[in-house]
Design a binder for this molecule. Structure first.
Ligand code: A2P
Length: 347
């Protein structure tokens, strides 16, 4: 974990009461998996979702737990709640969890740009957790932003970054369980000579590429693009000019990003490669001679942010290209949230 100067948020205990809100969803399920993998100290796990799945059973550490209905759920006594049940649900319920004394780590976009709420990537800005001391809500950034700032921050610490131009290749799992199902069903339908039904995405995603994630804004960007622009500046506390084109591709897990960076001064590809190789949370795979570079299929199911194709931009001074890949459900969502929870219990 990056060095921080935080004092303890939660008292030292053998185990904490942890609620996972959205426990039946794509991110919620991975949160439960990662809590087990990392042996997060838990005295009681409480899976929470909507009335649709209340009463169903979830396995955790070889025991079964009944899913509770968020609407009737009393958060009294919960130490940490990991929310991944959509923005509207977070807006409505996170404040009452926080008022009951629980720390809420929210994966939605509901609180991210609220100036009183910290937007945390533990490798980048752990000290911003201080903002949660009283309001007890912490925002987990957008998946595409997280993997990009993990790669940008160590470079920026050596030579300040002036501008970033990013194009993303985003997996369908970022849209949740129904989105994963839509790619699978459309692919099967088309291969069987049937028509593909479009429900979740704005167009057919099977055998296609869609330059449209979230809604369009008046400035012509999509909201997903605007999130990358605004969140990068907030997390890095730097006046970096960011522009983005965010694109959905027919990949189940793992977001890839082509990132073009312009620095204030010279940053060679070799220097960047060495800085990134030493940086926390990053693995560099960059060997054109043996055709080695990061792939979404390799990153899926793993924790690091993978960086490759590091090269100087021949068209522009002080500029580099990077190819940045990560599991959008793990580092892009569930893992980052649990790393924040680990900061909350650090003594
Ligand atoms: P449920 O299974 O009861 O619908 P995904 O991102 O994969 O689509 O998952 C969304 C998660 O958020 C699911 O666990 C879903 O629960 C939960 N969820 C969605 N809406 C609500 C709500 N209004 N209250 C509680 N949980 C919700």
């Amino acid at each position: 974990m990056t060095e921080h100067n935080l004092e303890a948020f939660l008292p030292k205990k053998e185990g904490y009461v942890v609620a996972v809100v959205g426990a039946t969803g794509a991110v919620g399920q991975t949160m439960l998996e990662i809590l087990q993998e990392r042996k997060f100290p838990i005295s009681k796990i409480i899976p929470v979702a909507s009335s649709r799945s209340a009463g169903s059973l979830i396995e955790f550490n070889d025991e079964s737990y009944e899913v509770e209905d968020l609407d009737g759920f009393d958060p009294e006594g919960v130490d940490i709640a990991l929310f991944s049940a959509g923005g509207g649900t977070s807006k409505q319920h996170a404040p009452r969890f926080a008022e009951a004394g629980c720390y809420v780590i929210d994966n939605s976009s509901a609180w991210r740009m609220n100036e009183d709420i910290g937007l945390l990537v533990p490798e980048v800005n752990p000290n911003d957790l201080e903002m949660a001391r009283h309001n007890r809500i912490i925002a987990n950034p957008n998946c595409s932003t997280i993997q990009m700032v993990v790669a940008l921050n160590p470079l920026h610490a050596v030579v300040p970054i002036k501008r970033v131009n990013v194009s993303t290749y985003q997996a369908v799992s970022g849209g949740g369980g129904k989105a994963i199902e839509e790619l699978a069903k459309q692919t099967a339908s088309l291969l069987n000579g049937e028509t593909a039904k479009v429900n979740v995405f704005p167009a057919r995603i099977a055998f296609n590429v869609i330059p449209h994630i979230d809604v369009f804004l008046e400035n012509g960007y999509t909201k997903e693009e605007q999130k990358m622009i605004d969140e990068t500046v907030k997390i890095m506390h730097a006046d970096i000019a960011v522009t983005a084109t965010t694109v959905r591709v027919p990949v189940f897990y793992g977001h890839s990003e082509a990132v073009n960076i312009t620095f204030e001064d010279e940053m060679t590809a070799d220097h960047a490669r060495q800085i990134l190789a030493d940086a926390e949370g990053i693995c560099v795979i960059d060997d054109p001679a043996s055709e080695d570079y990061p792939l979404a299929s390799d990153a899926a199911g793993t924790d690091p942010v993978w960086v490759g194709r590091i090269r100087e931009d021949a068209s522009c001074a002080n500029s580099l290209h990077l190819w940045v890949v990560a599991d959008n459900i793990r580092k892009g969502a569930a893992l980052n949230a649990i790393q924040i929870a680990e900061l909350l219990i650090a003594q």
